[in-house]
Design a protein around this ligand. Structure first.
Ligand code: HEC
Ligand code: HEC
Length: 252
């Protein structure tokens, strides 16, 4: 009888209540993932947690690593820590190589290979993935949801956007709203790498897979020189143009 009542009650639930149940299960999963993200026992010898390298709720510690060792920025073996902010909104595949379609597979690799931890349970991977994908981008008050500058954005940000989308050719690879794209590209930086998202980019240096560039100015100059050559463009970008592009990047 009691069982029948429970079933009757479930059947009678209006749709929004079901949706709410789903949201609640997801919130529990995210909570579990957050706890695991801060749990050092995921690593061999309980040395580090995910949050050691991705502090401030999944951001970057701005360091370049081989395994668990910090190496000088620009070391070709090194990989700079990406921010996980906005991870759920990305178009690119995972890792700097940009060739891992599933985030669970990527996180498993990090636990087993980088952190030398034991094989994680499927549920743990799902919870970590749910947490990572729940992380919002940092604040971008001059950006509309589609990734374009708002009307109230400063003039240099708007000029920078026009160059970025226009003659500078950046948008052929960095596609809004996340400013990345599917599929790695070889831009002459030592192989094919993912087109990284440029959201939050003012806070994610050093730049490129190996952390070779300290400043956005250097990264923009490299990218423009590459694009100009590749597209055989007759256009030029002056110092003022590059400053405007950097102003736009800082607004992302
Ligand atoms: C020792 C520092 C370190 C630790 C600990 C660490 N990471 Fe990372 N993480 C990195 C580096 C460096 C990369 C880039 C590696 C690469 O792509 O080759 C990365 C990449 C990632 C990516 C891919 C992001 C993208 O946009 O492609 C995800 C997701 C991620 N880490 C999540 C985690 C999780 C979850 C944990 C804990 C289980 C963790 N990381 C622990 C340094 C670390
Ligand atoms: C052909 C595709 C392509 C074009 C065009 C392109 N980029 Fe990139 N961009 C990439 C790739 C791939 C990387 C990563 C390279 C690496 O890690 O070695 C990158 C990296 C960057 C980074 C560093 C981000 C980080 O987190 O390290 C910035 C900044 C950037 N691009 C800005 C620009 C700007 C500005 C333009 C236009 C002048 C541009 N890109 C044009 C593919 C492209």
């Amino acid at each position: 009888m009691k069982r029948f009542l429970v079933i009757a009650a479930l059947v009678a639930l209006p749709l929004p209540a079901f949706a709410q149940g789903g949201a609640q299960a997801n919130a529990q999963m995210i909570d579990k993932g957050r706890a695991l993200f801060n749990d050092k026992s995921l690593s061999g010898g309980a040395q580090v947690s995910c949050a050691t390298c991705h502090p401030m709720n999944g951001h970057t510690d701005n360091k370049t690593y081989v395994g668990l060792d910090v190496v000088p920025d620009g070391d070709p073996r090194g990989r700079s820590t990406p921010t996980l902010w906005g991870a759920g909104t990305r178009q690119a595949e995972w890792s700097w190589a940009g060739n891992i379609p599933s985030i669970e597979t990527n996180i498993r690799g990090i636990i087993v290979n980088r952190m030398k931890g034991v094989e994680p349970a499927k549920e743990a991977l799902e919870a970590l993935a749910a947490y990572v994908k729940s992380l919002p981008n940092g604040p971008a008050p001059f950006l509309s949801p589609d990734g374009m500058p708002r009307d109230n954005a400063p003039a240099d940000v708007k000029r920078g956007y026009d160059l970025f989308a226009g003659k500078a050719g950046c948008m052929t690879c960095h596609v809004p709203a996340s400013y990345d794209k599917k599929g790695p590209e070889d831009v002459g930086s030592g192989g094919a790498f993912k087109v990284p998202s440029l959201r939050n980019v003012s806070k994610t240096g050093p730049y490129f897979h190996d952390g070779r560039f300290k400043s956005l100015d250097e990264a923009v100059t490299f990218m423009w020189d590459f694009y100009k050559k590749k597209s055989d463009s007759k256009d030029t970008l002056g110092d003022a143009d590059k400053r405007d592009i950097v102003a736009f990047l800082r607004a992302l």
